[in-house]
Design a protein around this ligand. Structure first.
Ligand SMILES: [Zn+2]
Length: 358
C-alpha cells in the first residue's frame, strides 16, 4: 500500500504532501494511501559519508555478514539511511539492496603500504603494485576505492606519505579508469598535498590541509570529510605513542588543535564538506547527530550542516532525495533542524526503502 506524508519538506521547507509507492517518491496524489506522518520537518534521511561496516569495534575485521548488518541497523535506527563504507576488509555486496539496510556506497579494502596501517585491515602492497591493486579493489567495492595516503613511519618517528606523487597519481587514474572514485585517508601536511594534487575525489580527515590546498580543492571540487569525532581521539593516539615517538605525538596534537579552523576555512572557500563519523574500529556506530553538533562548534551554520549530512551527501553518492521519482527514504523531526540541530538526535519517524522502520 502507498504511504502518505505531510510536513515541511526539506530542502525547500514548504508544507506539502508526498506519497511513497514502493521505493519511490511522488508528489502526485495516490488514492487510498495510509497517512503515516502529519506535521514536523521531513528530510531525506541522514548520510554517514565515512564509516566502516566491515571493521568491528576494537579494529578487527568482521567475520560474518551478520555483523555488518547489525552495525548498519544501529545507524538506520538513528535516522542514517545511506552509508559510505570507507574501506572494508570483509566484502558484503549482498547487503547492497537488502530491505531494512541503508543505501550503501562501498569501497573495497584499504590500499596501504606494508606494515603502515592498522593490522589486518588493508591490502598492503609495494609502490609498483598500487595501481593494479586499486583496479582490483574497485571491483570489490561499488563505486569507491580507499587509499591510505599517510601513516606513522616508525623509521622516521612521524607521519609520512605512503608513496610518492607519481604512484599516487597512477593510483587515482586507475580508480577512475575502473569507474570508481578515490577517497584517501590522510592526517599529514605532505600526505594531503600529494593526494590533492593527484586528483583524489575525497579527502578523509584532512588535518594537514593548508589554505593553498583548500583553494585547490575548491577549484577541483574535491570533497572533505572531516570526521570530527575521530580527530578528537588524536589526544589518546598521541599519548599511547609518546614514549617511543614523541615527535609524532606532538605533531598529532598540533594537527588536532588547528583542525576546527581548517574545516571552517574549507567551508568558507567553498569546498564540498560531507559528514562522517568514522564508526567501526574505535568509534561506535549511530553517532552522526553528534558529528553534526561537533561540526557546528567549528563554526558552520546549522542549515549547511543538515544539507551536508542529508540531501547534498545523497546527491554526491547517487541516492536521490525527496524529489519526484526519488528514493523512498525519509526521516521526520519534530522541529526544524536548520534552526536547532539537536532535533536530529530524536527522529520521530523513519522510513527506509518505502518501509516504516519507526
Ligand atoms: Zn575510516
Amino acid at each position: 500500500m502507498a504511504l502518505h506524508v505531510r510536513g515541511a519538506i526539506l530542502p525547500e521547507g514548504d508544507v506539502r504532501d508526498l506519497w511513497l509507492v514502493g521505493d519511490r517518491v511522488t508528489f502526485e496524489p495516490v488514492g487510498g494511501a495510509e497517512t503515516i506522518s502529519d506535521g514536523g520537518f521531513v528530510v531525506p534521511g541522514l548520510v554517514d559519508a565515512h564509516c566502516h561496516l566491515g571493521i568491528a569495534y576494537g579494529a578487527k575485521p568482521i567475520e560474518r555478514v551478520d555483523q555488518a548488518r547489525e552495525l548498519a541497523v544501529i545507524d538506520r535506527d538513528a535516522g542514517v539511511l545511506a552509508l559510505r563504507d570507507a574501506g572494508s576488509p570483509f566484502p558484503y555486496p549482498e547487503l547492497d539492496d537488502e530491505a531494512g539496510i541503508p543505501r550503501l556506497a562501498r569501497a573495497g579494502r584499504h590500499v596501504a603500504p606494508p606494515r603502515r596501517y592498522l593490522r589486518d585491515i588493508g591490502v598492503e602492497v609495494a609502490a609498483e603494485e598500487v595501481a593494479a591493486t586499486v583496479t582490483a579493489q574497485a571491483k570489490a567495492g561499488n563505486g569507491w576505492v580507499k587509499l591510505v595516503g599517510d601513516w606513522i613511519d616508525r623509521g622516521v618517528g612521524d607521519l609520512a606519505p605512503s608513496w610518492d606523487a607519481a604512484t599516487m597519481t597512477a593510483a587515482v587514474e586507475a580508480a577512475h579508469a575502473a569507474g570508481a572514485r578515490a577517497a584517501v585517508h590522510t592526517f599529514s601536511e605532505d600526505g594531503v598535498e600529494i593526494m590533492v594534487r593527484a586528483g583524489v575525489d575525497s579527502v578523509e580527515h584532512g588535518t594537514g590541509l593548508s589554505l593553498d590546498l583548500i583553494d585547490e580543492m575548491a577549484r577541483q571540487g574535491t570533497a572533505l570529510v572531516p570526521t570530527m569525532i575521530n580527530i578528537r581521539t588524536f589526544g589518546k593516539i598521541a599519548e599511547q605513542a609518546r614514549e617511543k615517538f614523541a615527535g609524532y605525538a606532538d605533531h598529532m596534537i598540533a594537527l588536532r588543535d588547528r583542525f576546527p579552523g581548517v574545516v571552517r576555512a574549507a567551508y568558507e572557500a567553498g569546498v564540498p564538506i560531507y559528514l562522517g563519523t568514522d564508526a567501526g574500529g574505535g568509534i561506535q556506530h549511530g553517532l552522526q547527530a553528534e558529528e553534526m553538533l561537533i561540526l557546528q562548534e567549528a563554526g558552520l551554520p546549522a542549515a549547511e550542516i543538515i544539507a551536508a549530512a542529508s540531501w547534498k551527501a545523497r546527491e554526491w553518492l547517487g541516492f536521490p532525495g525527496l524529489v519526484e521519482g526519488g528514493l523512498a527514504d525519509l526521516v521526520v523531526y519534530e522541529a526544524d533542524p536548520r534552526a536547532d540541530l539537536r532535533v536530529v538526535r530524536a527522529p520521530k519517524r523513519i522510513v527506509l526503502r518505502g518501509e516504516v522502520i519507526r
